[in-house]
Design a binder for this molecule. Structure first.
Ligand code: DNO
Length: 414
């Protein structure tokens, strides 16, 4: 496995020299200042690549290997007239990256919002801070802050009453923070920041777009992208919708194993792959992660190895747990990825290694009180990477022959 680390660019408080000390070898990054829909020029890519890869003295070299993400313009998701030019621009960015040697590309197809959390400072019993998605607070936002027209029909009476109670107890600051977390988005988001009115307008654009229509737009996009990705040896790795279900009346189509079956049946190209974001998929109890790692092994080009702990009484709410101590059996997931790598090696696949990275770490120790990108402080991710590295080392020294019992153990508390 190739240990990678996400870097947000020159403004990231965790510097390239910091990352070098973690022992990661590869960098996951993107050109976040280029608006969605514009072409990433070779010059812009090389400038960023140089920031990552230039070394002095005997410092070890880091390589920009994975892009996370090239944003997909909203017009492509909406299938709006003229969106073909945005697809072409996306392809040109991909081809330019490939010309610079960067061939693993993560992207997502989430309408309007990217990954979403309600709390960025959720204190854990250890005293460290984590990210949390609270379904009840989210409902309060939807019903009483956003006041989305058709929202009431999507919640039960008791959910509405509870949301009202929560809303009534919010301070002004809590309302502003929650609104910003949801509409202005979190680090690496692929969509623009909006005012609440813009946000309402963006949502309204999807009025007539259900999951079948959105899926047809994803497939039309892939129809154009995949042949050219294949030619350049590019591996695409679609990121799941986080949290993995419809939200705010928006359809979400990359949430479950059946969604992935539909994706690969429609587009079997070897360039069509996934980011196995363990944390995202495991935010719903019906996704069995070790099973998914096994089932889609040959399609996994990139993996985010973190887990969540779902609330006992509300399985749609969760906080981001320690990398090894969550609702899923991370050891079995890592084992499946190692088995997949050994399968690739046996088949003579030269790209046999899967890029993995620690995902959102806890804000802890000296990082508390610092300005950090939520989820992307240094020490918590370093802890996550160290734990995962230990698992990889330990498992790599064991016999990785796939067991005859095809049902991996899932310690999910669902
Ligand atoms: C959050 C990330 C997302 C992800 C994009 C992928 O930490 O997992 O921002 O990068 O959704 O396109």
């Amino acid at each position: 496995m190739l240990e990678s680390w996400r870097w947000f660019g020159p403004n990231d408080p965790v510097t390239i020299n910091d990352i070098r000390q973690t022992g990661a070898t590869d960098i996951v990054s993107g050109l976040h200042s280029i608006p969605a829909g514009e072409v990433w020029s070779i010059e812009a890519i090389q400038t960023h690549q140089n920031l990552i890869e230039a070394t002095t003295g005997n410092l070890s070299k880091l390589t920009w290997s994975v892009v996370e993400s090239i944003p997909v313009h909203e017009d492509i998701k909406l299938g709006k007239p003229g969106h073909e030019q945005y697809i072409e621009n996306w392809i040109l960015s991909m081809e330019n990256l490939a010309k610079c040697g960067i061939k693993t590309i993560c992207y997502n197809f989430m309408p309007v919002i990217d990954w979403t959390r309600t709390d960025l400072n959720f204190q854990l019993p250890s005293g460290a801070y984590s990210l949390r998605f609270d379904q009840k607070k989210f409902a309060a936002f939807d019903l009483y802050i956003l006041k989305r027209e058709s929202a009431a029909a999507e919640y039960s009476e008791s959910e509405i009453a509870e949301a009202k109670q929560i809303f009534d107890a919010f301070s002004e600051k809590e309302i502003t923070d929650l609104t910003n977390n949801i509409i202005a988005g979190l680090p690496g988001k692929m969509t623009e920041a909006y005012t609440i009115d813009d946000f309402r307008r963006m949502l309204a654009n999807y009025k007539n777009i259900d999951s079948d229509v959105l899926r047809s737009h994803l497939f039309a996009f892939l129809e154009k992208v995949l042949p050219r990705a294949e030619k350049m040896g590019v591996k695409l790795a679609i990121h799941p919708d986080d949290p993995p279900r419809d939200m705010l009346g928006l359809p979400r189509i990359i949430c479950t194993a059946p969604d992935l079956d539909i994706l690969f049946n429609a587009h079997p190209s070897p360039s069509n792959g996934i980011t196995l974001c363990v944390g995202t998929y495991s935010s719903r109890p019906d996704n069995n992660l070790p099973e998914m790692a096994k089932q889609f092994g040959s399609r996994i080009y990139f993996s985010h190895l973190r887990g969540v702990s779902r609330d006992k009484d509300e399985q749609r709410s969760f906080y981001e747990a320690s990398h090894l101590d969550s609702d899923i059996d991370m050891i079995s997931v890592v084992k499946e990825l190692l088995i997949e790598e050994s399968r690739r090696r046996k088949e003579g696949d030269i790209d046999n290694e899967i890029f993995i990275r620690p995902d959102h770490g806890h804000q802890m120790l000296d990082d508390i009180g610092k300005t950090v990108n939520p989820g992307y402080s240094g020490i918590g991710r370093l802890k996550g990477l160290a734990e995962i590295r230990g698992v990889i080392r330990a498992l790599s020294s064991t016999d990785l022959t796939p067991s005859t019992d095809s049902t991996p153990v899932d310690t999910s508390n669902a």
